[in-house]
Design a protein. Sequence first.
Length: 550
Amino acid sequence: MDLKSFGYKLINAFKGGVDDSERSSFTDLAPSDKADKDGTYSKAITFALENSRVKNIALTGPYGSGKSSIIRTYEKNNKKYRFMNVSLASFKEDDNGNVDISLIERSILQQMLYGADANKLPYSRFKRITTPRHPIIKSLAFVFWIIVILYFYLHRNQLHEFEYNTLSWYVWCFAFAYTLSIPALIISDIYKATFGISIKKVSLKNAEFETAESSDNSILNRHVDEIIYFFEQTKYDVVVIEDLDRFGNPDIFVKLREINKLINDNQNAREIKFLYALKDDMFAHKNRAKFFDFIIPVVPIINSSNSLDKMQERLKKHDFAENIDTQFLREVSLYVDDLRLIHNIFNEFEIYYELLKSVNLDVKKLLAMMIYKNVYPNDFESLHHGKGVLFDVCNKRDEYLTNIKDKLKDKIANLESGLDKLNSEKLRSIRDLIASYVGYIVVHANQSVMGIVVNNQNIQFSQLTTFEQFKPLITEQNIQLWGQNNHIYNQGRFPTNKSFEQFEADINPGEKFLSRKENIENNLELKKIQIEQEIRSLEKEISDLSLTGC
């Protein structure tokens, strides 16, 4: 940080202000160095680093759980350790979806060896382009050396004339030592530059000599001496290895464990710890407990259940937050369970909004498009070329909407048909209830009956089908039947000598006829209300579809 920036921050601190990063509504996607606020992970990592028996440490958790942020926070708060970070990129896969392990090993080796100052590794076989130090001074020294050599050559007959312990003698001794030192330095540089050069093949016309070294050996195993030499010359204490689990190959972990053992078994090297950040499912069953000396689980800071809260936190910074309803955020949050993805969605949303806000812009639709852009980036890119799933959906919008509306209308027609059936069911249920009571009364008659007396009128059983016809019987104190008299073969009326209430108690003790009728009507009415509500909901859905656009 330069003096001007420091002064600016100092003035803001006295004024109670904030720096630019805090004022900005953007959020970077880099791992945070402010994770692990309660220090739980820090205690676990410290235990592992201070335990001499622990050499290989695993920080395990799903993608986006905050493993890198925990490591960065620990590195920031623990300066006594020197950390070397190795992060693996993606590599080209073969037809079977596998990655050549030699490419992974080469990347690890390059990040180790090329991450250190070349001057600290003068005898490394891996040579790099380095900027010469003090080239002008070295050139002048070489020119001066040539002048001294020429002077000695031209005055070689006078060299014995210098008297001992005089100024001239000391000057001559210095010049003589100088002439010897320059060649020594040059030879030393040549030795360092050529150290480790090996001849693999010598061809003399038709004769060829080739070393027995196999080129298909593991790169890490082939250069173990380089790795050990690297840690001898550098001051790293912890090697942090990230993204190695994305390749799904546990063999590389076995080789790194072997490398770690060789480094720590070497007496000239310090104790070196390997800290791996990887997914929980990298090793099956009990293998990971056997491989790692200490495992630290990471609890995800975000998932689909709390991503809504994170999205609302980002929206609080904006005035248009009220234009985006919570229900919309709740629905889309189910598809976003990574904090970095949320930050990137709103970063891009910020830029699009600033560029398009002069237009009559639907903020909710813009946010939906940014979510789609980040969740399905390939399909979003295809939109620019008139391709992709979303393009096809929008292009065939009318056709899709017509089909959907037709299906919804069919559902409404089926529900309306159900209403008609419900009304018929109501009548049929009440008729069945009446028939059950009449049937019970008839069974207890001693004569051959044809009907029942209602309001002093003979009514045939087949005509007694409605509640209005049956209702007068409820208050009858002596139910009468009519039919053929078995003795005189004439029609007549036969009293049962029992009231309706008595029959009612015999048929269903504790429950009245009117109560049973009301239960039937209430149940059918409830079904009717539910069906009518569903019809209204479908009609509203059809109305909303008419307003839908891409």
